[in-house]
Design a protein around this ligand. Structure first.
Ligand SMILES: [Zn+2]
Length: 341
C-alpha cells in the first residue's frame, strides 16, 4: 500500500507539471481525488490493514492528498497567469505604429460661395436666419402679394402636399421675409439662405431643387439708394474692387419698384464674350423696395417704415465664382469634381 500511495503521488505531480490547460487539471483532479479516483480506491482498502499499520498509512494517504491538492492549486494559478499574459500580449496596442489617415471631406463649392456671402452681410449687421422648406402657401404667396390666380401658384410650377394647395415645398426663400416681419423687432436686417423647389426639368441650368439667398432690410427712411449702395458694396467684395453693376426695371409682386441687377462681365469688361453670352453683363439677382401692401399685411406701417429686399440664386453664383459650366455637377456629389475646390 505504501508503494501504491508513493506511486500515486509521483504520477500525479508529474502529470500536473505537464498540464497545459485548465480542463486537463479538472480531469486529473477527478482521476486522483474523485469518488472513483485512485487515491479514494486506496483509502477504501484501509480496513484490511492491521491496527499497527493503519495510522502510518492514514497519515501518508493524507500527505499524498494534501500534496496533490496543493500542486493542483498552484498549477491552476500558473495557468491562469499565463493565459492573462497571453491575452494582454494579444491585445497590446503598439502606439509607435503610424495610424490610418482619416479621409477628410471637402467643403462644397456652393457652401464656400455661401459662406463668403454670409461673412459680407454679417459684417454689415445682418442676422442669418434658417427657414423651413415646407411652407404654407399663405406665406409663400398670399402675404407676398401673389394672390389666387397668380401664375406662379400653378400646379405645374409648384409641389403641393394637399389637394387644396395650402401646404407646399417653398418655391422661394421670400416667405422668410414675412416670418421675419411678423416675429422680429424693427429695424430688421436679415439674410435667409436655403433650398427651394420648383417643377423644373433637370438640365445644364435648371433643377427642381436649388438654393436661394434672401436679403431684407427694414427701417425708417430706407430708400432705393440704400438698396443700390448695399448691393454694390456686396458685389465689390464678391467680384473685386471696381465691379460695375447696373439695375434694370423688372416686376415682382412683392416689391415696388422692382429691378434686376447685372454685373459687368469680368472677362470682357462689357464688350461681349462667351462667358456673358455676348451681352457684356451677367444677371445676378432680383430686388426691389418692399411693396407697402406686403408691409401692411405683416403689421408694419408703410407710412413710417420702408425696406428693400433681394433674392439671389446660389448655384448660379457658385458656377460663376468657380467657372462651373453645368449646374448638375453641383448636385451629383462626384468627389473627383468636389476635390478641386
Ligand atoms: Zn463677357
Amino acid at each position: 500500500m505504501k508503494e501504491t500511495l508513493e506511486r500515486i503521488r509521483r504520477e500525479a505531480l508529474e502529470a500536473l507539471e505537464q498540464t497545459g490547460a485548465a480542463q486537463d487539471l479538472d480531469a486529473l483532479r477527478v482521476k486522483y481525488l474523485g469518488k472513483k479516483g485512485e487515491l479514494t480506491a486506496v483509502l477504501k482498502q484501509m480496513g484490511r490493514l492491521s491496527a499497527e499499520e493503519r495510522p502510518a498509512m492514514g497519515q501518508l494517504a493524507n500527505e499524498v492528498r494534501a500534496a496533490v491538492e496543493t500542486a493542483l492549486e498552484s498549477r491552476a494559478r500558473k495557468l491562469e497567469a499565463a493565459a492573462l499574459e497571453a491575452k494582454l500580449r494579444l491585445e497590446a496596442v503598439d502606439v509607435t505604429i503610424p495610424g490610418e489617415e482619416p479621409v477628410l471631406g471637402h467643403k462644397h463649392p456652393m457652401y464656400i460661395a455661401l459662406d463668403e456671402i454670409k461673412d459680407i452681410f454679417v459684417g454689415m449687421g445682418f442676422t442669418v436666419l434658417d427657414g423651413t422648406e415646407v411652407e404654407l402657401a399663405e406665406y409663400n404667396f398670399d402675404k407676398l402679394n401673389a394672390e389666387e390666380g397668380h401664375p406662379s401658384r400653378d400646379w405645374s410650377d409648384t409641389f403641393y402636399f394637399d389637394t387644396d394647395s395650402r401646404v407646399m415645398l417653398r418655391s422661394q426663400t421670400s416667405p422668410m421675409q414675412v416670418h421675419a416681419m411678423e416675429t422680429m423687432e424693427l429695424p430688421i436686417r436679415i439674410l435667409a439662405p436655403g433650398r427651394v423647389y420648383r417643377k423644373d426639368e433637370v438640365d445644364a441650368t435648371h433643377s427642381p431643387m436649388f438654393h436661394q439667398v434672401e436679403g431684407m432690410a427694414i427701417d425708417k427712411g430706407i430708400t432705393m439708394a440704400d438698396l443700390k449702395g448695399t448691393l454694390n458694396a456686396v458685389m465689390e467684395q464678391l467680384f473685386g474692387k471696381g465691379t460695375v453693376t447696373r439695375f434694370r426695371p423688372h416686376h415682382f409682386p412683392f416689391t415696388e419698384p422692382s429691378c434686376e441687377m447685372d454685373v459687368q462681365c469680368h472677362k470682357c469688361g462689357g464688350a461681349g464674350c462667351p462667358t456673358c453670352k455676348g451681352e457684356g453683363w451677367i444677371e445676378v439677382l432680383g430686388a426691389g423696395m418692399i411693396h407697402p401692401h406686403v408691409l401692411e399685411m405683416a403689421g408694419i406701417d408703410p407710412e413710417v417704415y420702408s425696406g428693400w429686399a433681394f433674392g439671389m440664386g446660389l448655384e448660379r453664383l457658385a458656377m460663376r465664382r468657380f467657372k462651373i459650366a453645368d449646374l448638375r455637377l453641383i448636385f451629383e456629389n462626384d468627389t473627383r469634381f468636389l476635390e478641386q475646390f
